[in-house]
Design a protein around this ligand. Structure first.
Ligand code: HEM
Length: 419
């Protein structure tokens, strides 16, 4: 996937009848940004038909995306919210946060909100900073290192701390969530995508079921135990397990790709790196622009509850709609010069964390982590330089990287201290 400017020539090369946005490989090797640009301009409600007879509508404009994600009375999450599940109703509907509509959704979410914002996060800050420092640790030697690969461990410090998961388990959990998020990617695939997903789900559900048993009759104020004791233990073991799974997937599948994609954007736009280095107060804006630019949660699915008129057409009752978040975040109606990576962008209303009731539960902690990371980066490095070609993730759900080799040039004071 190319993240940079879409030109008129790129758009002219797009033949929508030949584009298959369901195909995970297209997102790694093709140019979905060019296809989305054409859809926004000429086909804002585009129907995709798969060879096996399944079909779904694509929504690519910002305001349409917000409407589909944000209005559960028109578009439900209870038949699954991932494109990969198309046509197979989600077994966790009405039980797992992301696959539950209000009002039940609000009952599940309200107790969790506090833990994922403000003071609830304060006790995780030290662990997150330690993880950020260890992510950057191999850099100063000047050798090439792979920031995309190393960043995969970073969200474990978030989710691991919030859910009190033992550190020796983190590497397995990262591998299994990688398999669950991108079963078609050669880095994760075991035999075939179907088997990969089945193995990942089995491992993760079994892991959380074991952790559940181990926590019974023990004390703690982590998110895992909160789910177990929520509303006087109202959630069954299976409900706790699927929500733990969703929390971990939410954290692991996304955050590392914003790290890698933002670093790539800074290498492609060194003047932006300089601007932030000279004005460290721009770090929060860098994080927001990095989120808009990378939009790692690439697609979410909804199903029409009734016939719904939208984007100049009608989605018939019961049909699926894929919202392309990365497209909405490049909509020129909302973002001036949308293909420019700009840390001084005014009014950056990106929807990388979604929109409405399902707005990302982990948004505050993800922002905190990304800010800490780029603060440490500015403290240590003059710039990043490419040390090889990036490899993009094979996935229609997550836009990201499996590899981004770089070299980090230490700041002069660091270089002197290190000699
Ligand atoms: C850069 C990082 C992240 C991005 C871009 C991101 C993106 C998103 C998006 C777009 C949604 C909306 C899903 C929908 O509308 O169906 C979402 C929901 C969610 N995210 Fe994140 N996420 C990130 C980090 C995290 C982290 C760190 C956690 C956990 C610690 C997390 C946990 C969740 C959960 C549990 C939901 C479901 C919320 C609900 O249904 O109410 N995410 N995320």
């Amino acid at each position: 996937m190319k993240l940079a400017r879409v030109t008129a020539a790129d758009m002219a090369a797009v033949d929508l009848s030949q584009i298959d946005l369901f195909d995970a490989a297209y997102h790694a090797e093709g140019d979905p940004h060019a296809a989305w640009a054409v859809m926004r301009e000429r086909a804002p409600l585009h129907l995709s038909r798969l060879p096996d007879g399944r079909s779904f509508f694509n929504v690519t404009r910002y305001h349409d995306a917000c409407r589909v994600l944000g209005d559960h009375r028109e578009f439900t999450s209870e038949r699954g919210s991932l494109l990969g599940q198309l046509g197979h109703d989600d077994a966790a509907a009405g039980r797992m946060l992301v696959a539950t509509d209000p009002p039940r959704h609000s009952e599940l979410r309200r107790p969790l909100n506090k833990m994922f914002t403000g003071r609830g996060l304060a006790r995780s800050e030290d662990r997150i900073r330690t993880a950020v420092r260890s992510l950057l640790a191999p850099a100063p030697g000047g050798d090439a290192w792979d920031i995309a690969q190393r960043a995969t461990m970073l969200p474990m410090a978030i989710a691991g701390a919030l859910m009190d998961l033992p550190e020796p388990h983190w590497a397995d959990l990262v591998r299994w969530t990688g398999m669950a998020a991108a079963p078609q990617d050669p880095v994760f695939m075991i035999r075939n995508p179907h088997a990969t997903l089945a193995i990942a789900h089995h491992q993760l559900f079994e892991y959380f079921a074991t952790q559940y048993e181990a926590r019974k009759d023990t004390e703690g104020d982590d998110a895992f135990r909160l789910l177990m004791t929520m509303r006087d233990g109202e959630l069954t073991r299976e409900e706790v397990v699927v929500n733990c799974y969703s929390l971990l997937l939410g954290a692991n599948a996304t955050t590392p790709h914003t790290v890698a994609g933002t670093v790539l954007a800074l290498m492609e736009n060194p003047e932006q790196f300089r601007a932030v280095r000279e004005n460290p107060e721009l770090v929060p804006a860098l994080v927001e622009e990095g989120l808009r630019w990378t939009s790692p949660a690439s697609s979410f699915l909804r199903y029409a509850v009734e016939d719904v008129e939208i984007a100049g057409g009608v989605v018939p009752k019961g049909e699926a709609v894929a919202v392309w978040v990365g497209s909405a975040n490049r909509d020129a109606e909302v973002f001036a010069d949308p293909y420019r990576f700009d840390v001084r962008r005014a009014d950056n209303r990106h929807i990388a964390f979604g929109y409405g009731a399902h707005y990302c539960l982990g948004a505050t902690v993800a922002r905190l982590t990304l800010r800490m990371l780029f603060e440490e980066v500015l403290d240590r490095f003059e710039e990043f330089v490419p040390a090889g070609e990036p490899s993009h993730l094979t996935s229609n759900f997550v836009a990201g990287f499996t590899s981004l080799p770089i070299r980090a040039v230490p700041r002069r004071s660091e270089a002197v201290a290190g000699t």
